[in-house]
Design a protein around this ligand. Structure first.
Ligand code: CA2
Length: 149
């Protein structure tokens, strides 16, 4: 069988991240999710990757998107937003995939309210990047490059 080298990275975003840039810039920065997608596309290209960018406010949709990603991507970068702190369904879906997973957060979740200090999905991730604003996503791309090279 031909071994196809996968170069496509899936980026999954959870609830309310579609509102980025509209409120709380002191916590989440001024960039919109579209800005983040554009910057990632540029950096991914420099690193030899392409990105598929996805956002949903619904837990089931996020689970569905992760399930269909099985076997199709080089890596997954995920900001599950508030579901990071609550979702057994998302961590169960993440355990099904066969490629590296990087969890990202814009804010430093450990410097915020206590309920944000725990992430249900971190045990399924290769690593976690948080606190660097939109640059957390770029750092995640670089982590993927390092893991895969
Ligand atoms: O820091 C992150 O990236 C978070 O995943 C963002 C989530 C939050 O629940 C996590 O604890 C940390 C919230 C995303 C909500 O985004 C907003 C965008 C605009 C205005 C208000 C919230």
């Amino acid at each position: 069988m031909i071994n196809v080298i996968k170069k496509n990275i899936l980026v999954v975003n959870g609830p309310n991240l579609n509102m980025l840039g509209l409120r709380e810039p002191e916590i989440y920065g001024r960039e919109t999710l579209d800005d983040i997608a554009e910057n990632m596309t540029v950096r991914a290209k420099e690193l030899g990757f392409t990105v598929d960018f996805y956002q949903s406010n619904s837990e089931g949709d996020l689970v569905d998107r992760i399930q269909v990603a099985r076997g199709k991507y080089a890596a997954l970068i995920i900001n599950a937003a508030a579901f990071s702190h609550t979702s057994v369904a998302i961590v169960d879906a993440l355990r099904l995939v066969d490629f590296p997973i990087i969890e990202v957060h814009l804010s430093n979740i450990f410097a915020r309210e206590e309920f944000r200090h725990h992430s249900c999905i971190s045990p399924a991730a290769n690593g976690v990047i948080c606190g660097f604003g939109a640059n957390s996503y770029i750092l995640a791309l670089e982590a993927v490059r390092n893991i895969l090279s």
